[in-house]
Design a protein around this ligand. Structure first.
Ligand SMILES: [Zn+2]
Length: 143
């Protein structure tokens, strides 16, 4: 899945169980760690968190809608980590199957999908009530 910003078109397999590619930039690592937090327990240790399209040739185990939902959650959490650490973002969403998906932290500019992701991050305690990212992990399995 082409994640991390609209500028990055080619997606590599950033994550393998137990290891993060050390050639990643700091921002990319933060994004992959956000994926790690967002992933359900059963997907957390899968290559690319079950999102597929990695160099092992595995297909996603998610529907397209679920992939987009998961990516939106991970990108939004990434933006909150950037804010927390005063890292300039430059990220305005992600690209998937030729389409751009906008993800912004500014609540007044959020689309419905991003707003749902925000509610989910709050509900799973990955964000606290002050919209600060937490070091928790998603503990809930989803269909
Ligand atoms: Zn991603």
């Amino acid at each position: 899945m082409a994640c991390f910003g609209m500028k990055l078109v080619k997606q590599l397999d950033f994550y393998r169980p137990g290891a993060i590619d050390e050639s990643l930039t700091r921002k990319q690592m933060i994004h992959e760690l956000s994926h790690y937090q967002v992933a359900t327990p059963s997907k957390r240790l899968l290559v690319n968190f079950g999102l597929g399209e990695d160099t092992n040739g595995t297909d996603s185990i998610f529907t397209v809608e679920k992939q987009i939902q998961e990516e939106t959650r991970a990108v939004l959490l990434t933006l909150y980590w950037f804010e927390e650490w005063s890292i300039s973002s430059g990220v305005s969403g992600f690209r998937y199957k030729g389409r751009n998906y906008a993800v912004v932290r500014n609540m007044r500019k959020q689309n419905q999908e991003t707003r749902k992701a925000l509610d989910w991050l709050l509900g799973t305690n990955l964000l606290d009530h002050n919209l600060r990212p937490m070091t928790e992990l998603n503990t809930k399995e989803e269909k």
